[in-house]
Design a protein around this ligand. Structure first.
Ligand code: OSB
Ligand code: MG
Length: 374
């Protein structure tokens, strides 16, 4: 398989409702799509870098620049037996996992199509139905949040995750638990707390949470290991797990009991699979995180979630929660039991809506040759 050209596209897509985390609010997404043109087959992926460097240092403009200047040049016109080989070619570039993931994952999609295999099968997936939860952002009022939870539970989602930060945490969790004593409930702090908040965080133990996601610094493992020893509730790491060594370290140090795998955050499918495997060997359950993706990123998340250690419901939810109209067909749909059935079609299994993508595109560039200092 040879990559003849790579097309980058930026799409402007308004969210149905704003999404707020401890690091800020977003109302409209700038979506970066990557297409790898591979001898008659187009592989597609979504770069999950956001509108600004807040979840991590990457954002859409750094991703675009690093792909154009440094990543595309090392994969273009190279013969690959397997998409995973592209990771080693891109290794010389330090960091920028979301940019790298978008290239590698587009190649996996192309490879699956060429082999006429579903992507989930090529990744080594075994589950045919995946379990879904939702992530609900910080709202303008407690009432608005409770209403949203009500809606998602009625839709069948198996787990509710709410975003928390100082000032939007204990009271919120108490109200949720009062109304729904038994639902699977977790919270995500996106690094909003510090070790000095220990006494405050201990109150979270009263709510029988499935986990507290990323309470401390985005790059920390050590202080999480101290915190985990003090809390009954399981810590789940998201931002801190950048590659398989972080997962090994976190497990070894007892910094968490659960790991959230986001394929963009860890640099692509091959690293995500390695993290999955290490967690499986150590009996640490994983689940698939989300980054407010369109259907292209979502389809990749669904495929990854079929690996056997994805034992907890992921943040893999229906297209219609975020988008008026999604760019894949059919849209990602969730059953009344809160599941997504995998599709037995070659590649990602969801067709590209090229007409709609063209209408939403605000910037486009095709890279054909190794340009800058490759
Ligand atoms: O930390 O999991 C997170 C969205 C943007 C950035 C970070 C996170 C999230 C979510 C949304 O929680 C998950 C989704 O895509 O539904
Ligand atoms: Mg998170």
């Amino acid at each position: 398989m040879r990559v003849e050209a790579i097309t980058l596209r930026e799409l402007q897509m308004p969210l149905k409702h704003f999404f707020e985390t401890s690091f800020g609010r977003v109302s409209s997404r700038r979506i970066l799509l990557v297409t790898a043109h591979c001898e008659g087959v187009d592989g597609w992926a979504e770069c999950v870098a956001a509108e600004g460097p807040f979840f991590s240092y990457e954002w859409i403009d750094t991703a675009w620049a690093v792909i154009r200047g440094f990543l595309a040049p090392v994969v273009l016109n190279t013969e690959f037996k397997h998409a995973a080989e592209s990771a080693a070619r891109m290794d010389r570039v330090r960091g920028h996992p979301m940019a790298k993931a978008s290239i590698e994952n587009a190649l996996w999609d192309a490879e699956a199509q060429k082999k006429a295999q579903p992507l989930w099968h090529l990744l080594g997936g075994t589950l045919t139905e995946i379990n879904c939860g939702v992530s609900i952002g910080i709202q303008d009022s407690h009432e608005q949040l409770l209403e949203k939870i009500e809606t998602e539970l009625a839709a069948g989602y198996q787990r509710i995750k709410v975003k928390v930060k100082p000032g939007w945490d204990v009271d919120v969790l108490a109200k949720i638990r009062q109304r729904w004593p038994n639902i699977l409930l977790s919270c995500d702090a996106n690094s909003a707390y510090r070790p000095k908040d220990l006494d405050h965080l201990r109150q979270f133990d009263d709510f029988n949470l499935l986990m507290i996601e990323q309470p401390l610094w985005d790059d920390d493992i050590f202080y999480h290991s101290q915190l985990q020893r003090e809390l009954k509730t399981a810590i789940c790491l998201d931002e801190s797990i950048r590659h398989v060594r972080d997962a090994e370290k976190a497990v070894e140090m007892g910094a968490c009991r659960i790991i959230n795998i986001k394929v963009g955050r860890v640099g692509g499918f091959s690293e995500a699979i390695e993290i999955h495997n290490v967690c499986r060997q150590n009996n640490v359950p994983v689940w698939c995180g989300g980054m407010l993706e369109t259907g292209i990123g979502r389809a990749h998340n669904v495929a990854l979630s079929t690996l056997p250690n994805f034992r907890l419901p992921g943040d893999v939810s229906a297209s219609k929660r975020y988008w008026q109209e999604d760019i894949v067909e059919p849209e990602i749909e969730v059953s009344a039991r809160g599941t997504i059935a995998v599709r037995d079609l070659p590649g990602r299994g969801y067709a590209i809506r090229q007409d709609l993508i063209d209408r939403l595109t605000v910037r486009q560039e095709t890279i054909r040759t190794g340009a800058a200092s490759a």
